[in-house]
Design a protein around this ligand. Structure first.
Ligand code: 13P
Length: 324
């Protein structure tokens, strides 16, 4: 009797079987820095959103297994439509992407005639299709600076990244009011307390955080930029990490003797007003080693997109890849 694939029993050595299947199927595993350590350890390439989009665009593999969230896998499919793109858990979403439903966003764009639309890559394919440029946190400032100074701009969907770009470029951006459910929760007071308790520590902040938190950063940048700062920093330094702590796995690899502190989130109603586990992205962490193995074994769940949507969403993403 042939069992349905979903009843496959996981092998004892998941990691070995993942590597075997990957070779046998000519697949490549891409993982974002926010993935669990054991998933990062299986990846052919680990990176930030921009690096992973570039890897997907240049991939020669038959299958791209994207260990990240849905919008990232969708971006890979748009850039490599001829390849099969798999996401270990299709439910791995993003609060930023969810904050901008395409219908409401189309109405917002229509209400601002003459504006160029710059959209953070943390958005659905349908929202990308309504945009002129996509950006990641690596190149948002550079993309906005490349647009003529007198050109009005909509920036969506992250109001905090938009505010950061506004600060850096001096441009008056029209912002969509979205935010990342993780980055907006970091507690400025808890960071001040940790800095005081650890004099000389280097504070690393992702630009999806509110200005009160960004202002406390020694380095503000994308996950890749924060990792680079650790690589260039003191080997025995203390680093206060104000982003999803998955990135600490690669930071530890880069500086095994350094100390890494996770910034806590601020949570109303908790005992001391903070929460150390609320800084972990619940969507990113839906992917597990077993789901990664299963998706390689079964060839699903797969990202499928309408060909017209791929065509419409491609240009803003290609413009993103061309900058920075
Ligand atoms: P990076 O582009 O810095 O990897 O950010 C991805 C992200 O989604 C942050 O929440």
């Amino acid at each position: 009797m042939i069992l349905p694939l979903s009843r496959l029993t996981p092998p004892v050595d998941l990691a070995a079987e993942i590597q075997r299947l990957k070779k046998a199927k000519n697949a490549v595993i891409l993982a974002h820095y926010y993935q669990a350590d054991e998933i990062q350890d299986q990846a052919d390439f680990i990176g930030d959103s921009l690096q992973l989009a570039r890897e997907a665009a240049n991939s020669k593999a038959d299958i791209i297994v994207f260990c990240g969230v849905h919008f990232m896998a969708e971006t890979a499919k748009i850039l490599s439509p001829q390849r099969q793109v798999l996401l270990p858990d299709l439910a791995a979403g993003c609060s930023l992407a969810d904050s901008a439903p395409a219908k409401e966003f189309a109405a917002f764009v229509a209400a601002h005639p003459g504006h160029v639309v710059v959209t953070y890559v943390n958005s659905s394919a349908a929202v990308k299709a309504l945009s002129d440029y996509c950006v990641t946190s690596s190149n948002a400032v550079a993309v906005v600076e490349s647009i003529p100074k007198d050109q009005p701009i909509i920036f969506a969907p992250d109001r905090f990244l938009g505010d950061y770009v506004r600060q850096k470029t001096g441009r008056d951006l029209v912002l969509w009011e979205g935010s990342c459910e993780i980055h907006e929760l970091f507690s400025a007071q808890a960071i001040i307390d940790l800095k005081q308790a650890n004099p000389g520590c280097i504070t690393l902040v992702h630009p999806e955080c509110p200005a009160t938190v960004r202002d406390l950063g020694d380095v503000v940048g994308s996950t890749k930029a924060l990792l680079e700062a650790v690589k260039k920093g003191a080997a025995d330094g203390t680093y206060l990490v104000v982003t999803e702590p998955g990135i600490i796995h690669q930071m530890r690899r880069a500086q095994p003797k350094a100390r890494f502190l996770e910034a806590p989130a601020s949570v109303k109603g908790s005992k001391d007003g903070s929460c150390t586990s609320c800084n972990t992205c619940p969507h990113m962490r839906l992917n597990t080693l077993e789901k990664l193995w299963r998706c390689l074994a079964e060839g699903r769940p797969e990202i499928t997109l309408d060909a017209t949507l791929i065509e419409r969403a491609r240009l803003p993403i290609e413009r993103m890849l061309a900058v920075g």
